[in-house]
Write a protein that binds this ligand. Structure first.
Ligand code: IPE
Ligand code: IPE
Ligand code: MG
Length: 247
């Protein structure tokens, strides 16, 4: 089925919780790491579709702070995959800018180097997609760090209570270089946020689907965007007020 998308209403920022890699592998009798490998391949595919549609930011939840508590073999396999899949030439060919959000210092040296290389090589790519990899990321980690830094500045007399407003808080978050997500997609059947972009998703539209991430196709993405385009984003206003503004 073809979805008729309104080209003028493509979400500027899509965030994805790429869930279901493990169950995808299990259903096929494969090790969980095979699910992560296929999940990585699918991120590459979905990023390309987003880029063609004119999406400006795709923020992919790749590894959460809590995922550090998984068996060491699985953690190692994911880290190895990330290093293997980071491809400067591929990013350059597609005019993709790569960024990461999360606790970089906690990642193995090899992952840090791979990110460093891809981020500096692509930092001047403009006009295309910015692919943001959330690794060793969680909202509570991010907010805790921002608050600690803020307390430090206040203690040093460099920040007054009235300086702390929404703009200030945004500036202290990992995501300070991009707008809030318009659409948050979670695959894999769970309907929860799992510590992802809590502040930033205040007014995002949520879309949940049962499909495991490795099977989430371009058609599935079109469907998610089609559903998004049917929603009325009110930001606290009445429906009538929103209609008036759009006229
Ligand atoms: C998401 O897939 C990827 C990561 C969390 C790293 P899962 O590995 O959580 O897959 P399921 O939920 O166990 O199927
Ligand atoms: C969320 O998936 C994190 C990523 C997709 C990287 P999880 O599988 O870790 O989330 P929970 O534990 O089911 O909430
Ligand atoms: Mg999961």
């Amino acid at each position: 089925m073809e979805y008729q998308l309104d080209k003028n209403q493509i979400p500027e920022h899509i965030a994805v919780i790429m869930d279901g890699n493990g169950r995808w592998a299990k259903a096929k009798g494969l090790p969980r790491s095979a699910g992560h490998a296929e999940g990585g391949t699918n991120l590459r595919r979905i990023a390309e579709v987003c880029s063609k549609l004119g999406v400006k930011y795709l923020t992919a939840y790749t590894f959460s702070t809590e995922n550090w508590n998984r068996p060491i073999e699985e953690v190692d396999a994911i880290m190895k995959l990330v290093v293997e899949r980071m491809d400067v030439d591929d990013l350059m060919r597609n005019n993709v800018r790569l960024r990461m959000i999360g606790d970089m210092e906690r990642l193995p040296e090899s992952v840090q180097q791979a990110f460093g290389k891809c981020m500096s090589a692509t930092e001047h790519n403009e006009g295309g997609l910015t692919l943001v990899i959330a690794m060793s990321y969680s909202s509570r980690w991010e907010l805790t760090r921002a608050m600690r830094r803020t307390a430090q500045l206040a203690a040093e007399g460099k920040l007054k209570p009235e300086d702390v407003n929404e703009d200030y808080i945004n500036s202290q978050l990992e995501t300070n270089f991009m707008p809030d997500p318009d659409l948050l997609i979670r695959t894999g059947g769970e309907q929860r946020i799992s510590n992802y972009l809590l502040w930033q998703c205040a007014y995002s539209e949520f879309y949940f689907c049962d499909t495991y991430w490795p099977d989430f196709s371009s058609e599935d993405l079109y469907r998610a965007i089609a559903v998004y385009q049917q929603r009325q984003r009110r930001f606290g206003l009445t429906g009538e007020q929103v209609e008036c503004k759009n006229e």
